[in-house]
Design a binder for this molecule. Structure first.
Ligand code: UDX
Ligand code: UDX
Length: 462
């Protein structure tokens, strides 16, 4: 048995590293078109930051885990091929802004059809619209004589920042398909370390739809508590107290009720928009409108946070220094896709604030790239005024202290643990008065910081 995975990203890389670690006798070959990404997987500095990942890769790499750009030979040698390429929201043509761009998935299927011989199991790891497996089957059906395929859906439920724990001990593994034999072959891989009862099997379409639905439900909880946070600020209720009170109801449960400046990440928004598009496609307009509100509420929460900063700073942030703490979409990852920080900073820049940004894991290059992308128009053009704002009003700082020195306000955008244990007396003394702190993650000790002298504004607290 040999495994190959096309796509060495946040999902393909860690998932294959875990399979290789747990199944030392199975060669696992991860391929990607992006040479510098593959070089990084083969180096001491991996392309993604994920706690515990280094150890897993170090154990398996060179033994039964290989990274290369040789897609064709990886496909032809493998018995089981995972497709884990990205499926971003389409930016052009039909369904732009909503539908998933399946170009890369289709290209993978065509390449498999061209190269493969003998019997192969093709596994969808990428999140895909329902019935994509049907299209993949048809493309594979065009393969030459001697090649035959089973197609399975095996969506990934790992969350970034906890990927290794999620892979080691998942709530469940989901495998959708119509061939018992193929399902059992894949289940046998997972059974090496995951108890049988956690391996769920369904038909293909249920598996594909379950992934979109799981992400939609999770994002919906965040948007629901964020909606209540606005009401808390207006009424004097405290959103963390409300979350605790409702979360102890076993029917609701305590997880995913942390109010924030808004959810980010590569999946939630993309998958909900994809669900919305699917519903529209099937004429289910009310269902589409229902789910779209989850994204509308998230956009509102990000905008509301930026507006709160401007209003609180006496209705102008022009030429004021604002210290931004955190750029990643959550702690313990260097991934910045759809991070709330990007949108809040865009709004503040357009108000001519001077931003000093610090994140322990995100590079200066990535921060500037994200700002350039978010401020560009639909054709990817950056207007000269926006270009000047990014050049002249953005500084990437080396730590929180440097970032906050002489700042009118601090905005906490990511819940990095290090923000909880800083010397806030020292930070306060280096800021002009009144010194404001806007906590987009409700992680600082409000009481203690108020005693230091800060005016603290948290989410969902009046
Ligand atoms: C994954 C899933 O594939 C996506 O559908 C899901 O919703 C989230 O997780 P992720 O691993 O986060 O995506 O994406 P990314 O980190 O961008 O990795 C994808 C990799 O595929 C990239 O390294 C890219 O270079 C590679 N790729 C893309 C190919 O090798 N071939 C292609 O044709 C396209
Ligand atoms: C998500 C799903 O959890 C995972 O199962 C799926 O495979 C991929 O998408 P991920 O995006 O990596 O994982 O992280 P997640 O922990 O779900 O957080 C997503 C966003 O929601 C982050 O910006 C996070 O800060 C935010 N969030 C999460 C909140 O604001 N409040 C919460 O209570 C939980």
């Amino acid at each position: 048995m040999k495994i190959c995975c096309i796509g060495a990203g946040y999902v393909g890389g860690p998932t294959m590293a875990m399979i290789a670690k747990q199944c030392p006798d199975i060669p696992v070959h991860v391929v990607d078109l992006n040479r510098s990404r593959i070089d990084a997987w083969n180096s001491d500095s991996l392309p993604i930051y994920e706690p515990g990942l280094d150890e897993v890769v170090r154990e398996a790499r060179g033994r039964n885990l290989t990274f290369s750009t040789d897609v064709e030979s990886a496909i032809s040698e493998a018995d089981m091929i995972f497709i884990s390429v990205n499926t971003p929201t389409k930016t052009f043509g039909m369904g732009a802004g909503r539908a998933a761009n399946l170009e890369f998935v289709e290209k993978c299927a065509r390449q498999i059809a061209t190269v493969a011989s003998g019997h192969k199991i093709v596994v969808e790891k990428s999140t895909l619209p329902v019935r994509t497996a049907g299209a993949i089957k048809r493309i594979l059906g065009s393969a030459g004589d001697g090649a035959s395929f089973d197609v399975l859906s095996n969506p990934e439920f790992l969350a970034e920042g906890t990927a290794i724990d999620d892979l080691l001990d998942p709530d469940r593994v989901l495998i959708g398909g119509d061939s018992e034999r193929a399902i059992d072959t894949l289940a046998a891989v997972y059974r090496r370390w995951i108890p049988e009862q956690k391996i769920l099997t369904t038909n293909l379409w249920s598996s594909e739809l379950s992934k979109l639905t799981a992400n939609a439900f999770l994002a919906q909880r965040v948007s629901s508590i964020n909606a209540i946070s606005a009401l808390c600020e207006a009424t004097g209720a405290d959103v963390d107290e409300v979350a605790r009170a409702i979360g102890t109801d076993s029917r609701i449960g305590p997880k995913f009720l942390k109010s924030s400046v808004g959810f980010g990440g590569s999946c939630f928004q993309k998958d909900i928009l994809n669900l919305v598009y699917l519903c529209e496609h099937f004429g289910l307009h009310e269902v589409a409108a229902y789910w779209e509100q989850v994204v509308v509420m998230n956009d509102y929460q990000k905008r509301r946070f930026a507006e709160k900063i401007v209003k609180t700073l006496f209705n102008t942030v022009s030429d004021k220094k604002i210290s931004i703490w955190g750029w990643a979409f959550k702690k313990d990852t260097n991934d910045t896709r759809e991070s709330a920080a990007i949108y809040v900073c865009r709004d503040l820049l357009r108000e001519h604030a001077r931003l000093h940004i610090y994140d322990p894991r995100v590079s200066r290059t990535q921060i500037l790239k994200d700002l350039q992308t978010v401020m560009s128009d639909a054709d990817g053009q950056l207007s000269p005024p926006d270009q000047r704002l990014i050049e002249n009003h953005v500084t990437v700082a080396s730590d929180c202290y440097a970032s906050a020195r002489d700042a009118h306000a601090i905005a906490v955008m990511t819940e990095w643990d290090e923000f909880k244990t800083l010397d806030y007396q020292k930070i306060y003394r280096a800021m002009p008065q009144p010194a404001f702190l806007f906590d987009g993650r409700n992680i600082v000790d409000r009481q203690a910081l108020s005693e230091v002298g800060f005016e603290v504004h948290a989410i969902g607290k009046s």
